[in-house]
Structure formats: structure tokens, C-alpha cells
Design a protein around this ligand. Sequence first.
Ligand code: FNR
Length: 182
Amino acid sequence: SQYNIAVVVGSLRRDSFNRKLATAIARLAPADFAFEQLQIDDLPHYNQDDDGNQAAPVKRLKAAVSGAQGLLFVTAEYNRSIPGVLKNAIDQASRPYGQSAWKGKPAGILGVSVGAAGTALAQQHLRNILAYLDAPTLGQPEAFIQAKDGLFDGAGNIGEDSKKFLQTWMDSYVAWVRKHNA
Ligand code: FNR
């Protein structure tokens, strides 16, 4: 059987390092894993008044998450937390109350930033949110990545310096997803 992984990138920037990382790391997964980056830039701002009548992009997001066997968050850090667009997507798919799409989905968290702390603070906030939503998150290895020349090669693959570490990360993530779907 195939494992469909819903990938949520926490940055809308055209040349986002996090989007590049999400694309590159998917290539390190085994053949029975399929990664789909979910669109979140067309979601309305979350408004509880809309819980009974969710917009089409919200329904699309919830369907994609519900149909996935695992989640992969690859996020930027904004002001020592997750970007608002990511929080909005999480809030949207968590509602109406009792109908959260995130519940029980095994999740991996990655992030790259230009700062030396490599999204560590954003990732920690994200872990809090996912704990509340009952989405079990892979604890180790942690991956706090700083954007540097050579992080990606010319073909958009993970560069030599980070390849071994990120392969280990992916192997751990794959085992985590398999375990939670056994
Ligand atoms: C940042 N950046 C940033 N970096 C970081 O390491 N810690 C932080 O708290 C912040 N805060 C922050 C706030 C805002 C509003 C912006 C626009 C940027 C820098 C950030 O790491 C950089 O812009 C990355 O390129 C963002 O990731 P993407 O868009 O390349 O995926």
C-alpha cells in the first residue's frame, strides 16, 4: 500500500527555502511514500462564524489531510513563532469542533531559516499546537536547518553537506509513519 503524506509549507514566498526543502527531502523517501504539498495561500482568514459553511479551499484542505497517512510540516520562523499563514491553515482544518482533520495523524517537523537557530522556536511552538490536536510528532532527530550556500545543489536536491543528516531524518520519519499506520 502507499503512504500519502500531506505536506504543509509555512511560507508563501516564491523562492521559499522551506518549499525547496520540502521538495528536496521528498526525494529521499522510499517509493511507497507520495508527498503532496497542500495549497494554503487561498484559505480565508479563520472565522468561527463560518464553521457551519466552510469555504471550498477549507474543504479541500480538510479532505487532503483526512486522506493522508502522515503529515509533514516544513516551516519558516517569523518573529520566533510559526507564520500566521500556517497557523491559519491549522486552525481552519481543526474545525468545526470535534471534526478536526489533524487528529491522530503522525507528523514530522522541519524548518530552515536564515538565522542560526534554524526555526527551533517556531518548531517548538508547532509541537505545542500539534500536541493539543492529538497529532503525534516525531521527536528525534530534530532538524534545525540554517540556509547556506550549498544546502541545495543545482538540481534542487539536498546538497552533500546535509544529505546524510537529512536522509537519517527521513528514515526516522518513514518508520514513524509506518508505525502509526500499522
Ligand atoms: C523572519 N526571519 C526570521 N528568521 C529566524 O530565524 N527567526 C525569526 O524569528 C525570523 N523572523 C522573521 C520575521 C519575518 C516577518 C520575516 C519576513 C522573516 C527570516 C526568515 O528566516 C527568512 O525570511 C526565511 O527566508 C523565511 O523562510 P522562507 O520564506 O525562505 O521559506
